[in-house]
Design a protein. Sequence first.
Length: 125
Amino acid sequence: MRIGELAAQTGVSVRALRYYEEQHLLTSERSPSGQRHYPDAAVDRVLLIQCLYASGLSSKTIRELIPCTHTGVATPDTINRLTAERDRMNDRIADLAMARDRLEAVIAAASGTVSCEPVCVPQSA
């Protein structure tokens, strides 16, 4: 199938499909005129890529995990990689929560100093 057909069947933009190829997540055959042609299995592959992206994984991590999906059985290494990604995500969430708490404190402190006077008063000429 052509790239437009794959895009229509998966709900993914043509641009995203080209990006997946650039990142070596998806492959296609080229016709003599240079058009991309994908096997029917590309639909499932694109849907898997979308699921992994939605899980917060980077294209690099997805590229490393894709070969593990052919058997349908998760290896201990695959589980370890996914667990490490989850742990990194939890660390980022904790950092964001701390930043939000600091911002709340700044807002509370600033709220006590709110004035009705304009900060910048135009000077008369």
